[in-house]
Design a protein around this ligand. Structure first.
Ligand code: FE2
Length: 135
């Protein structure tokens, strides 16, 4: 069973962003499966690095839309992105250094990390972006 299932309540009503969010959901589920299947450090490390690089691609896309349309919440939103990237880079570092293993707790953290940002922060730009014709 997947750790996280895409749900309509996660939709920000912007197609490109919903697609990217759903790919992030997939990557977190991949990490969950890799952990449950007892995959080695190399496989798990690869999924983590894919999650990080895709997160960065995705945040850059959101930020470019915000800048393009002069979204008033840009600065605050960008600071949340920077913090989220920092958190996941820290997990990667500790994992690589052998200080942590990817456990259910880490997965639950990542699940919350993604869902709370989408629901609590991303959804705030829906009305603004839709009013600019971005959907
Ligand atoms: Fe965001």
């Amino acid at each position: 069973m997947a750790l996280l299932n895409w749900s309509d309540e996660y939709s920000v009503k912007i197609k490109s962003i919903d697609q990217q969010h759903s790919k992030l959901v997939d990557l977190i589920n991949q990490l969950h499966s890799a952990m449950k299947d007892g995959k080695g450090k190399e496989v798990i490390g690869k999924v983590i690095s894919e999650l990080i690089s895709y997160t960065q691609v995705h945040f850059a896309h959101e930020e470019s839309l915000m800048l393009k349309y002069s979204y008033p919440g840009y600065v605050k939103h960008k600071s949340f992105h920077d913090e989220l990237v920092k958190q996941v880079l820290e997990i990667e570092k500790e994992f690589k250094d052998g200080k942590i293993v990817i456990s259910q707790d880490v997965l639950n953290f990542l699940k919350k990390w993604l869902v709370e940002h989408i629901v609590g922060t991303d959804k705030l730009y829906t009305g603004f972006m839709n009013s600019k014709g971005v959907a």
